[in-house]
Write a protein that binds this ligand. Structure first.
Ligand SMILES: Nc1ncnc2c1ncn2[C@@H]1O[C@H](COP(=O)(O)OP(=O)(O)OP(=O)(O)O)[C@@H](O)[C@H]1O
Length: 251
């Protein structure tokens, strides 16, 4: 079966800086792929590329079998909640979602309200976004991704700012979405959460894939708790030569 997302040799440079250096991964329908890496590893950049927000410098990206750039019918089937979502703060939660549906060329037909209900924001649907807490905005971002009933769902650190009830909610939503047939790409710094939720994992370290495979292939199905996962995580990092200020010759 064609993956819902396929990246082959993706390179992204900003000026002289190479942020992604030949990254390959795929996301299958009905499966969850977890993206791991330290701050600045390149996870969000890859997700922005997969969402069509940023163009890769080189490499091949296919979304639902179509090469970039993404055409509107493909875009309409990709739902993404990326970091720092931008909303019109004067709109209501429901109004914001309806405006986004309109932009995507999708009819409402109750989608906005259903998505708000799923993320626990039904009671706040008529409130202005500026009155939302950080966690409520995060839930709204997830609702915006879900309401498209996407074939590819991209979630960048979705549990950030969520309370334990929200974390549990997201877990349930991920199970529902994969049961519906969506392929999910998710990033998180919560290693135990990733090991629990994902079918396979891709670790990015300094812009390259330093480990990838199914949870079983990587031996993470049988880990003995958080410490094991943390040890595994650090073992996959590319070796960085640390030079202290003194060794570097500075005063
Ligand atoms: N528009 C941009 N211009 C220049 N550099 C950028 C730009 N966007 C990202 N970067 C750089 O690319 C690198 C990767 O950033 P990215 O946000 O993809 O990392 P990340 O793995 O998502 O990190 P985090 O875990 O902190 O969210 C960082 O060094 C960042 O400074």
């Amino acid at each position: 079966m064609t993956p819902v997302l396929s990246c082959r040799g993706v390179v992204k440079t900003y000026g002289k800086r190479t942020v992604l250096d030949g990254v390959s991964l795929s996301v299958e329908a009905g499966r969850v792929t977890g993206l791991l890496g330290l701050n600045g590893a390149g996870k969000t950049t890859l997700m922005r590329i997969a969402t069509g927000l940023v163009a890769p410098t080189a490499g091949e990206v296919h979304v639902l079998g179509h090469a970039l750039p993404m055409r509107p019918p493909v875009l309409a089937r990709v739902g993404a909640a990326l970091d720092a979502p931008a909303f019109y703060r004067w709109m209501t939660g429901r109004g914001m979602l309806r405006a986004l549906l309109d932009t995507a060329g999708l009819p409402d037909e109750g989608r906005a309200d259903r998505a708000l209900e799923r993320v626990g924001l039904a009671d706040a649907a008529g409130r202005r976004v500026r009155t939302f807490s950080q966690g409520m905005r995060q839930r709204l971002a997830i609702a915006a991704a879900l309401m498209k009933e996407p074939a590819l769902l991209i979630l960048d650190e979705p549990t950030n700012g969520l309370d334990p009830a929200g974390v549990r909610l997201i877990r349930g939503i991920i199970a529902e979405e994969t049961a519906r047939g969506a392929g999910i790409l998710i990033s998180s710094h919560q290693l135990d959460e990733i090991a629990r939720l994902c079918d396979s994992i891709v670790m990015i370290s300094q812009g390259v894939v330093s480990a990838s495979g199914t949870i079983e292939q990587l031996g993470l199905g049988a880990t003995d708790g958080p410490q094991d996962l943390e040890d595994w995580f650090f073992a996959q990092q590319r070796t960085v030569v640390h030079t202290s200020v003194r060794e570097g010759g500075a005063a």
